[in-house]
Design a protein around this ligand. Structure first.
Ligand SMILES: C[S@@+](CC[C@H](N)C(=O)[O-])C[C@H]1O[C@@H](n2cnc3c(N)ncnc32)[C@H](O)[C@@H]1O
Length: 332
């Protein structure tokens, strides 16, 4: 059995030096609408597993833990860096009955420091009510510092009660779920969605250009390595069906990186530096721009630059693989 002092220490390191109960008490006062979605039996079970959560979350924690969370978050200050893909993912939640506007409760399962929430807040049309979830303490503390509605939890153990959500997004990191975790995370989505609610699962196709990028560049050169398998269409279909979802669609979506600059050269440099920072390629020897550019262009094709208003937009083209599932209503 764990010594009592260690147990206290591990529960005290859920968020901001406190345990999960301290965080839930705060939520109850500050965000009663989020607190109302929590299943207290599930949070009590999570409290016992915080030491494991802390061990599992290292990759997107800070440099001290050997993670790449700090560099990743810095790269996400460029709000529109995946604008096309994010807009398309939000459209995948639109069913006849519910479009993802205000009042639509959307859980962003691998939400980081709230990239999607900030992106939606910057759009002209008001977006859904997003709850940003993430396993990393750094990410969720960064959300709280920005006033973003957030929960620290694993994709495989959601604190949300049954049938509460209109949408669940598992995106921009689904390959970090390995082995049986994929099915458990999708079953957690099914459990927490209301009947008729949608799951959108996003990743990259095995054997495609983005998988090559991760294998040939991110794995050898990033601070953390990246030894993760991606997804096939048939795996996505089988994961969704096995958890009880009706599969609505499995598609390739344009999920290009788009970065602005005040000149064509600056836009191109910003795009290359964005890739360096987002993947924290500290083990790449040589110049971050000159030596990374040929690798990017070999894998994704030429970086294009076009005028965009008063500025220039550089584009690194990539495709994502996206599956959309719907939790059947009782009558279906
Ligand atoms: C590539 S980042 C994406 C963050 C954000 N969605 C974005 O696009 O900027 C992947 C995130 O998934 C989180 N993550 C990885 N495994 C997880 C798990 N099992 N449960 C919850 N979050 C996880 C990481 O901590 C990280 O913040």
């Amino acid at each position: 059995m764990q010594p009592a002092a260690l147990e206290r220490n591990s529960t005290a390191t859920y968020l901001n030096g406190g345990g999960i109960n301290a965080y839930l008490s705060l939520l109850r006062q500050m965000q009663p609408e989020l607190y109302a979605l929590i299943d207290l039996d599930r949070s009590a079970a999570a409290e016992l597993e915080i030491a494991n959560l802390n061990q599992a979350s290292w990759e997107f924690e800070g440099n001290r833990e050997g993670g790449r969370g700090q560099a990743y978050n810095k790269a996400q200050r460029q709000l529109g860096n995946r604008a096309t893909g994010m807009k398309s993912l939000l459209r995948c939640f639109a069913s006849q009955a519910h479009t993802p506007g205000p009042g639509f409760k959307l859980l962003d399962v691998l939400g980081g420091d709230g990239t999607l929430t900030r992106f939606c807040a910057a759009q002209a049309e008001p977006g859904p009510d997003i709850i940003t979830a993430d396993i990393s303490r750094l990410m969720i503390e960064a959300c709280l510092a920005q006033g973003i509605c957030a929960l620290r939890q694993s994709a495989t153990h959601s604190l949300i009660a049954n049938n509460m959500l209109d949408g669940v997004l598992i995106a921009y990191g689904s390959h970090h779920l390995v082995g049986g975790e994929r099915q458990i995370a999708i079953s957690e989505a099914w459990r927490t969605l209301r009947p008729g609610g949608r799951l959108v699962l996003h990743d990259f196709e095995t054997g495609g250009a983005t998988a090559r990028w991760f294998e040939e560049v991110v794995d050898p050169f990033s601070r953390t390595g990246h030894p993760y398998p991606h997804f096939s269409q048939s795996e996505m279909r089988s994961l969704l069906s096995s958890s009880g979802f009706a599969v609505i669609d499995i598609v390739q979506l344009d999920d290009s990186f788009t970065l602005l600059g005040n000149s064509p050269e600056q836009a191109r440099t910003n795009a290359i530096l964005h890739m360096y920072e987002m993947y924290d390629l500290v083990r790449l020897e040589g110049h971050p721009v000159n030596d990374l550019a040929p690798l990017i262009e070999d894998i994704f094709g030429p970086i294009t630059v076009q005028p965009s208003g008063q500025q220039y937009l550089a584009r690194i083209e990539r495709q994502a693989l996206v599956a959309v599932g719907e939790k059947p209503t009782r009558s279906q």
